[in-house]
Design a protein around this ligand. Structure first.
Ligand SMILES: Cc1cc2nc3c(=O)[nH]c(=O)nc-3n(C[C@H](O)[C@H](O)[C@H](O)COP(=O)(O)O)c2cc1C
Length: 381
């Protein structure tokens, strides 16, 4: 494949491919409330200066992935979490201009974002960031937001069929010099053309968080970074969970992938202080109405998740406390132990969220990050 004069090997330009033992990222910092559903004071109030402040804090610690969420409407309730928010590509463009080193993600719905526009916007953000761009592909599970566009919700299988066709087009646009026609099940393209090509060669890093059987196959077959939700803290279980992704990638597709997860850090001087804080913002101030709305949509038949009635309340709590991320509640030492455990379990990277995002990031920088470095988790290996 030709390397054009402006292009560079993505292993050199994109920090998501670095050899750092445990990579770090932020999550959902483009949306109001950040990762919580709670009336908590100090939660993310989505203004441009606030989202940039978070990106700059992450950049100063050389975080490898700033991950926005593609969301088009909120969850109602008292606080309408994730309602107000910045669109993911334009956010990524602005954040790329405001940062120097961090990997910057845009999140793209396959049916809402046409592949030519997605490929083009990705290329622009890759140029702005000088090769730090990562594309997160989402098939879309929030039926009302798909319907907001006047589109029918595709069935679960069709979403992944569409995602495969969508990505094949995007990759051709990123890599092929000749214009091409495409006549598929979901897209029709006449003389598809894209220039300039992205900075990253052969093409930008791609992430996906497919969770179902089909979703996992899609992620390990087509993507570089695979995101998974981990709901238990035990090392052996965690290791088995991560290894299952690597095995699937190796055995079915002969591929190497990186596996990442999401944690929500609730830190206190003592474990009791951290637990009291958790109880306050989740059980006293949590927006259970918004969480109920969200879990109802999450559990729709179209999402093929099979949520039994006894899982509904725990799921609501999981999303209230930190958008489904693994809760790490305790002292700074316990936070470092938890991150060390995740690294030992084979995770390549962890997105860190905090209930009060900016305050949490500052504490992380001042208190936790030095300990993580001491533990060797930020070494290049
Ligand atoms: C880290 C992470 C980021 C995600 N970002 C989004 C997003 O921005 N928008 C969205 O609609 N879904 C998002 N999702 C949901 C996934 O794209 C996917 O729909 C979900 O994991 C279910 O996959 P499945 O259909 O294979 O079960 C995200 C999931 C994770 C774990």
């Amino acid at each position: 494949m030709t390397i054009r004069a402006h292009q560079r090997d993505r292993l050199e330009t994109n920090p998501a491919f670095s050899t750092r033992r445990l990579k770090l990222g932020t999550f959902q910092t483009n949306l109001d409330s950040g990762c919580v559903m709670s009336d908590l004071d100090g939660r993310l109030d989505i203004t441009w200066p606030n989202t940039v402040a978070l990106a700059k804090l992450a950049d100063a610690m050389e975080f490898e992935a700033l991950v926005p969420v593609a969301r088009w409407q909120g969850w109602g309730g008292k606080t309408n979490p994730q309602g107000p928010g910045f669109e993911a590509y334009t956010w990524a463009a602005g954040i790329s201009g405001a940062t120097q080193k961090a990997g910057v993600v845009s999140t793209s719905h396959i049916t809402i974002n046409h592949p030519i526009i997605a490929a083009k916007q990705s290329a622009v953000v890759d140029h702005i960031s000088n090769g730090r761009f990562i594309l997160n592909i989402v098939t879309g599970w929030v039926q009302p937001e798909i319907e907001m566009f006047g589109q029918p919700m595709l069935g679960h299988e069709d979403r992944y069929a569409c995602a495969a066709e969508w990505l094949a087009i995007v990759k051709r646009l990123w890599t092929e010099d000749e214009s091409f026609d495409h006549e598929g099940r979901f897209f029709k393209i006449k003389k598809g053309y894209l220039a300039p090509k992205p900075i990253q060669h052969p093409y930008p890093a791609i992430m996906n968080a497919g969770a179902s059987d089909l979703g996992r196959h899609y992620a390990v077959k087509h993507c570089d970074l695979v995101f998974t939700v981990i709901r238990t803290g035990g090392l052996d279980e965690c290791r088995a969970h991560v290894e299952a992704y690597h095995r699937l990638a190796r055995e079915h597709y002969n591929r190497d992938i990186k596996v990442w997860t999401l944690v929500n850090i609730v830190m206190g001087e003592t474990e009791k202080e951290a637990r009291d804080f958790y109880n306050d913002y989740v059980h006293k101030r949590g927006d259970w109405e918004a969480a109920k709305n969200m879990v109802e949509i999450f559990s729709l038949e179209t999402n093929k998740r099979n949520v039994p009635p006894e899982r509904i309340k725990p799921l609501q709590e999981a999303f209230i406390q930190g958008w489904g991320g693994l809760p790490v509640v305790g002292t700074k030492e316990q936070v470092v132990d938890a991150l060390t455990m995740l690294s030992k379990a084979g995770l390549d990277g962890v997105l860190v969220a905090f209930p009060r995002y900016e305050q949490g990031m500052r504490e992380f920088r001042d208190v936790t990050y030095p300990l993580l470095k001491q533990a060797g988790l930020r070494d290049f290996v």
